[in-house]
Design a protein around this ligand. Structure first.
Ligand code: ADP
Length: 239
């Protein structure tokens, strides 16, 4: 059986005058939550952009379930099940909560009927039933972010890349989101990457960590192991 994972293999990214990633590799397995940590500007978002195809590396490849997908466009990768959320919310503000989620299911190729079932399940799972018919523009920030993640799940991803999903949420909103995220890998045979600065949150939720600083991997492994590495502690203190 092919290894079911999303991988960046020895990826180097250069922006004008800046090496944002230097020979970085990453493996995201199904059914796990991988925490991607590191100081601001260390290359975390760029690495996610490489996996989704938004940024092209000068060298290195991206493979999905054993297949080289380096040449595929972001929308082609999305159809293969690689989806992301952004640091800023990008919902259709003129559509309702239900419609925002439904559109994603239909875009992935679900029939209207199947999309209806997917929407019902997600509204329930994310405790969004009460907001079903509300316009996305009327939601508060925490609810908006939950709808955004529900919408990504409507396309039935295999790999979900979340860039600071809890940023701007209050403690309650963040706790609710964490409860939902924690169940997803097993329930949906899904691999999740989370970038976040909230270390208690990362430590509770993630099965593995990868730490990067100045475009290089400085540690990877179990959560307790990585957060105690001198290089990781130094990178944070020096930031
Ligand atoms: P992080 O997510 O860890 O905060 P980023 O991946 O956003 O880090 O950024 C890594 C480095 O690459 C930073 O120095 C940032 O300024 C730079 N960078 C990111 N995107 C671009 C871009 N499109 N053009 C030029 N420089 C960029």
């Amino acid at each position: 059986m092919v290894n079911q994972s999303l991988k960046a293999n020895s990826v180097t990214v250069e922006f004008v005058g800046l090496r944002a990633l230097d020979n970085v590799s990453l493996t995201l397995n199904r059914r796990e939550i991988l925490g991607l940590i590191g100081p601001n500007g260390s290359g975390k978002t760029t690495l996610i952009n490489v996996l989704t195809g938004q940024v092209k590396p000068v060298s290195g490849t991206v493979t999905c379930d054993g297949e080289d997908i380096s040449a595929l466009l972001p929308r082609e990768r999305a159809l293969r099940g690689i989806l992301r959320s952004f640091q800023t919310v990008r919902l259709f503000s003129n559509l309702t909560v239900e419609e925002n989620i439904e559109v994603a299911a239909i875009a992935k190729g679900s029939s209207r009927r199947a999309a209806g079932r997917i929407v019902d399940r997600l509204l329930e799972e994310f405790s969004l039933g009460a907001y079903r018919a509300e316009l996305a523009s009327s939601l508060n920030y925490g609810d908006e972010r939950r709808v955004e993640i529900a919408r990504a799940l409507a396309a039935e991803p295999k790999y979900l890349l979340l860039d600071e999903p809890a940023a701007g949420m209050n403690e309650d909103e963040s706790a609710t989101l964490m409860q939902v995220l924690a169940r997803l890998p097993q329930e949906r045979d899904l691999g999740i990457i989370i970038i976040d600065h909230d270390m208690p949150l990362i430590m509770r939720l993630c099965h593995r960590l990868q730490a990067i600083a100045q475009g290089k991997t400085i540690g990877e492994g179990g959560v307790d192991e990585v957060r105690r590495l001198p290089a990781v502690i130094e990178a944070y203190l020096g930031a």
